[in-house]
Design a protein around this ligand. Structure first.
Ligand code: SF4
Length: 315
């Protein structure tokens, strides 16, 4: 199957300081599939999304590799590049406070679908209703500060849908929301994915979110992908000690589970002082001498399951 998104050896740097934020990562995503990028804050997940969306912040540049979006994966028939939309962690600060929700949505509908006037207004109302916001007609006159964080995330999703995306990038879409709203937003994303057939690239530090939505997961550490696997396989048989550690530090809500979460020792190193070899070695309980010399190449752990580790947890 042709990939909708193919990322090959992507490298992103702060050129002025020669700092590598993303270091030669590769992955692909087919139409209708969901890939989860997981890892601690500062591992490069968000920058990967910005690079794919061609929206890297000023002072940060893609210095290597390719990001290919191919409409061949969809029955487009006209050779158009697939449309990409993105939603962010903090919806309220992502919305312009001086514009109404209606202005925000109708502008997007004009830009992406050429709709204006009453056509744009009707479609904006339909999108608001679709993402679960009632009294859509009057809500179009509201400002972001009049909405809760969860409602603003729904507005962001409606805005993304205005682009009829074939790929939706969701960067920590539930992190700033309370638990019940998180569940509602995840359910909405699941529904919309099933309805539209769009592919989803979801970023989270929370393995529970990835487990809920993704078919496959890629674990990132210090700008590199250290393990990729189907989500169920990753949760059952993590191979990389970092993936194992991420699972072990998840709190359980099962009262019968008396094992306390195990914190990962130390913290993610700064980009300007990355340890040589495998960047995880100062925190890794399985590290040996060779781990601090050279970064391990990816090896097959199982069918479509790879990890970059000299001493994987499962072999
Ligand atoms: S390569 Fe070595 S240090 Fe890195 S995760 Fe594997 S065992 Fe640990």
């Amino acid at each position: 199957m042709t990939s909708l998104l193919a990322v090959r050896d992507l490298t992103v740097q702060v050129p002025a300081r020669a700092l590598k934020i993303i270091d030669g990562i590769s992955f692909s995503l087919g139409a209708g599939q969901t890939l989860g990028l997981v890892g601690e804050s500062g591992c490069g997940k968000s920058m990967t999304c910005y690079a794919i969306a061609k929206a890297l912040p000023r002072g940060i540049a893609q210095t290597g590799g390719t990001v290919t979006l191919s409409s061949g994966a969809q029955a487009d028939g006209q050779g158009r590049a697939p449309s990409v939309a993105m939603i962010f962690q903090d919806p309220t600060s992502s919305l312009n406070p001086v514009h109404t929700i209606g202005y925000y949505l109708e502008s997007a509908l004009f830009r992406h679908q050429g709709l204006r006037g009453s056509d744009a207004r009707l479609e904006a109302m339909r999108l608001l209703e679709r993402v679960g916001i009632d009294r859509a007609k009057s809500r179009l006159r509201s400002y972001p500060h009049q909405f809760s964080g969860g409602m603003n995330q729904r507005v962001m999703i409606a805005h993304a849908l205005a682009a009829k995306p074939q790929l939706l990038i969701a960067d920590e879409p539930t992190t700033a929301l309370d638990v019940t709203t998180q569940a509602q937003i995840l359910y909405l994303l699941e529904e919309l994915k099933a309805e539209t057939g769009m592919a989803l690239l979801i970023v989270s530090h929370d393995l529970g979110v990835i487990a809920r939505l993704a078919d496959r997961a890629a674990v990132m550490y210090c700008g590199k992908i250290v393990e990729t696997a189907p989500v169920t396989e990753l949760l059952r048989r993590p191979a990389h000690p970092y993936a194992r550690a991420l699972i072990d530090c998840m709190p359980s809500i099962d009262p019968a589970d008396l094992e306390p979460p195990i914190p990962i020792p130390g913290s993610v190193p700064l980009l300007d002082s990355l340890p040589e070899g495998c960047h995880f070695h100062p925190r890794c309980p399985r590290a040996s001498g060779e781990c601090s010399v050279r970064f391990p190449a990816p090896t097959n752990i199982g069918l479509v399951h790879e990890a970059s580790c000299y001493h994987p947890v499962v072999a």
